[in-house]
Write a protein that binds this ligand. Structure first.
Ligand SMILES: *Cc1c(COP(=O)(O)O)cnc(C)c1O
Length: 365
């Protein structure tokens, strides 16, 4: 058998590991920030009917420009957006990959503020784009001046500001986006994967007018409870959409994906009805953890980055043995916990309490 090291792999991929959050069939999965609530039954029925209708047409290629879906996404985003300012792909990961294919590549660079979403460096590698990680301060905040200074200094071809930031939960205001945009000449992406959970901040979509290098990406994978369908999207100037058309594969969004997403968007209020409860569970989890002496970083998302674990890997394993999957991102002393349903959150809190201060029972095993 041949092994990977025997193959003529591109040099910048040698020694790299693929994205690999564990996928365990455990009862309580709180490790990839999904919405753990089931879809409302009436929405399931409408999506199923729409899929049945779409299946009748799958002998033909789907609408390459998925205009109806883009109109629906523009309507959902509001701010007077129209279909020509909206794009979509199979998850916002694919949207971001297309952005890198169009604006990154050999001799070009992608900057982001770390710790941040682990896919950014992988997308950079995959497109042969140089990855420029700029460490955040200890409280993980992105102040306008410091953000602008880093962008002016490095002058990257692309920068991604993730807000709320995965895995820290950190939010920022529109003043940071404006300062970042004005500080360099490259493409500025604001990754708003968790925006619907962040009732406290306005979307950067409101800044698009007159800023042709600003791109705002969103996803149906998190608040919308639609991760399995794979639908991410982006709002930007029509010229940016033209650029993405140069690199997308023809018919990249299947007829079934388009039908399912259009149906779900017809029910956006019902699909997002669980967001308030998830925020409440996040805040309950934060209060409980603080009461146990952990350091809980402020979060605008559906997850918490928590410090104060004596041995994060041991705590991760102790919870996993009880059927609870969370995320160990290799940040010293820290773990990331997604807020689930009320019942799931209660099980998680009880399990952590049983481990004692700092997850000490786990550490001493
Ligand atoms: C989960 C996540 C995404 C995207 O996921 P898709 O399922 O590909 O849409 C994008 N950005 C961040 C920061 C995420 O956490």
């Amino acid at each position: 058998m041949t092994s990977l090291s025997d193959l003529p792999l591109r040099a910048n991929l040698v020694g790299k590991t693929p994205y690999g959050a564990p996928q365990d069939p455990v009862p309580i999965s709180l490790n990839v920030n999904e919405n753990t609530h089931p879809l409302p039954e009436e929405v399931v029925a409408d999506i199923a009917a729409s899929l049945a209708e779409a299946v009748r047409g799958v002998n033909r290629y789907p609408d390459r420009d998925f205009v109806r879906l883009r109109e629906a996404l523009a309507g959902y985003l509001g701010h007077g957006l129209t279909a020509d300012r909206v794009w979509a792909a199979n998850g916002s990961n694919e949207v971001l990959q297309q952005v890198l294919q169009a604006f990154g590549g050999p001799g070009r660079s992608l900057l982001s503020f770390t710790p941040t979403y682990s896919m950014y460096p992988l997308l950079a590698d995959g497109t042969d784009t140089a990855w420029v990680p700029v460490p955040r301060p200890d409280d993980y905040t992105l102040a306008p001046e410091a953000t602008a200074r880093a962008l002016a200094e490095h002058a990257p071809d692309i920068a991604i500001l993730c807000g709320p930031n995965n895995p820290t939960g950190t939010t920022f205001g529109l003043d940071t986006v404006v300062a970042a945009y004005d500080a360099f000449d490259g493409i500025l992406v604001v990754d708003e994967a968790y925006h619907e959970f962040d009732a406290e901040h306005e979307s950067a979509v409101s800044l698009l007018e007159g800023r042709p290098r600003l791109l705002v990406s969103r996803t149906m994978s998190k608040a919308f409870a639609f991760a399995g369908v794979r639908l991410g999207y982006l709002a930007a100037d029509p010229a940016v959409i033209d650029a993405l058309r140069l690199v997308r594969l023809p018919y990249h969004l299947s007829a079934l994906t388009q039908a399912a997403a259009e149906a779900a968007l017809r029910h956006s209020a019902a699909m997002l009805a669980t967001v308030a409860d998830i925020r409440a569970q996040r805040d309950r989890l934060a209060a409980a953890l603080e009461g146990m002496g952990y350091l809980v970083h402020p979060s605008g998302a559906n997850f918490l980055l928590v410090g104060g674990f004596a041995d994060p890997t041991a705590t991760f394993e102790a919870l996993r043995a009880q059927g609870i999957l969370i995320r160990d991102l290799g940040i010293p002393g820290h773990l990331r916990l997604t807020a689930g349903t009320e019942a799931e959150t209660t099980v998680l809190i009880d399990a952590l309490r049983a481990l004692g201060p700092g997850g000490a029972a786990a550490a001493s095993r």
